[in-house]
Design a protein. Sequence first.
Lengths: 191, 191, 191, 191
Amino acid sequence: MRKKDEAKPEVIFEASLDVLMDSGFGGFSMAKVAERANIAVGTIYLYFNNKEDLLNQLYLKLYKESIERFLENYDTTAPFTEGLKRVWVNYLMHRINHYKKSHFLEEYYKSRFISDTHKQMAEQMKKPVHDIIQKGKDLGLVRKDVDNEMIFLGMLGFIRELADEHVANVFVLDDNSIDKAFDMSWNMIKA
Amino acid sequence: MRKKDEAKPEVIFEASLDVLMDSGFGGFSMAKVAERANIAVGTIYLYFNNKEDLLNQLYLKLYKESIERFLENYDTTAPFTEGLKRVWVNYLMHRINHYKKSHFLEEYYKSRFISDTHKQMAEQMKKPVHDIIQKGKDLGLVRKDVDNEMIFLGMLGFIRELADEHVANVFVLDDNSIDKAFDMSWNMIKA
Amino acid sequence: MRKKDEAKPEVIFEASLDVLMDSGFGGFSMAKVAERANIAVGTIYLYFNNKEDLLNQLYLKLYKESIERFLENYDTTAPFTEGLKRVWVNYLMHRINHYKKSHFLEEYYKSRFISDTHKQMAEQMKKPVHDIIQKGKDLGLVRKDVDNEMIFLGMLGFIRELADEHVANVFVLDDNSIDKAFDMSWNMIKA
Amino acid sequence: MRKKDEAKPEVIFEASLDVLMDSGFGGFSMAKVAERANIAVGTIYLYFNNKEDLLNQLYLKLYKESIERFLENYDTTAPFTEGLKRVWVNYLMHRINHYKKSHFLEEYYKSRFISDTHKQMAEQMKKPVHDIIQKGKDLGLVRKDVDNEMIFLGMLGFIRELADEHVANVFVLDDNSIDKAFDMSWNMIKA
DNA sequence: AATGAATGAGTGTTCATTCAT
DNA sequence: AATGAATGAACACTCATTCAT
């Protein structure tokens, strides 16, 4: 008996993502994944219990990668608003450049009963951003009378709409409009 | 002859919605709808050409109902911010109370090629809100240096996030937090 | 209670034939017939037990009409070979000009268990042609050592092939080739 | 892995033929084939793209087998009429012993757009017989004033009718009547 | 561990037939 | 007598999952 191939799950994830991008959520099938990964269908079932399990794990993986992108180039020593804008723009660009993945995450999240562990994990992943918000409050720069989560949602929602309309070519963004949008976000939460 | 049942399409719509709630967009099937509606599969095809036609008509119906809810109890003679808040809250409550429908509308909109008439309808829906924003600018109450659409997106995105987290039981809203949230939205756009 | 409409069955036959011509045997449906006849589906079932019954009766009707065409302009007082050629050409032209009907008759005949009454009827319809053959024998013009039926089949088969190839544009007939073909048929059966 | 079953297509062909025999062309369904073959419906689709593909391949297979039977035991060195009779009887017996197959071939040929390769195959099938006819002409035994194709049709048509009536139990053949029939065919074409 | 042939429940859709009006 | 809405079994085809190799 050979050892389980350590790299296989990753290969399957990649193939799954390709299929998801090409064929969308509805066109996703185990056979397509297997073909894309150049393995047999049966092989997938050695590493994942079933289709749902595969998608669940893919969801988590993409979620983690997303979070990582938010904090890219974030410098804790930089002035507060500068750091905040960094993270704000990171999320905007992530949503634009990884629109399909991002869309899958959202759809998937809404489409099924998400387990409590899942929820906790999601919470944990938001932590770095919450920390920044808390830091702003501690510095007296961010209004203290509202919940950190609400502040988070206010910014997040705006960014999502901006990105989605941009991708849909309804409302196209340039540097100037991005600056204006961040200014609006800042007015929303500043002390 | 048996008379054509005027109520049947409505029954089918209701059943479709139920199925959509239970099984989601992907799990939607004509057989499930028929069972839910206590009719034979073939009967659905007397009133709708095919699955796509059924979903299209359901989409339109829900869309119209949504628009009506947004402007409920909106009084044009009331003070500006009061009117704005009315619409703001209307949308929040709509999103919360009709979450699944709202979600279906969004998913459906994204999932297929939406015809131009559809797009025009979407524009039309936004019009009353855009008008309010413009009125705010004319009164010197809303900042004039940003596009109406961007102002719209800023508010819309926040509301959506709030409602979605509320429905998912992640962040539960009460009257106080709703007031705070509107205050944030207002700071975002005020002159 | 109104009396059964005497003309209805004929209307239904006509519509059935139209559908058969347009959509072929496979595309035949009761709904199409009803639409063509400008009546309701249910009405067909007042005059025919079911689809099979309708087709059976249509079959018989077309069969009778075919036989009538065979004897068109047949003059019993004309010289024997002249009369024979008349019938021979009649069948060829029938097969060519009413190819689809003729094809339906054949397909239908082969496709199901034909009842004994059906068979007797078919026999009876061949009678006039058999009579001509018998007359030829009596006159000493047709070979007497073979069965009338066999003589009939020899001519019939040739004509069918000629007509079918003509309709399929594989072997196109003109007056000269028709004369040659009849000559061959005559050699086949002459005393 | 389970090895691809080499015999499966043949099993499916056999079952298809059975269904065709029992239910006719119109009653042919993938489910019936699967049941007859004692396999799952899905399995058929591992070996054939779809229903049309299955029928096409069955058609080709039966076609080839037919051709082989026509020339069985044909001895080119034997006297001309003897050789001709061999082929003549071969076709008659083929039509009788493989009536349903033969009927399917005919119906299928007429029922759809037959590709050019198909047509060429059909031509190819006729070639040996045409060659024999030409040989008869060259030997001065067969009348030269009519087309080879017409001579072919004259014999073919007769044989078909004989066989069909025999199968339908309308006109039963024995050795004597077969001899007579060939004699008639020969009179038809001899110089 | 890896394979992919085999399975069969499920899909959207059609259509002969029934029956309340 | 006439209607056509309603039915549900049947159709071709798909796909997640299993299991013999």
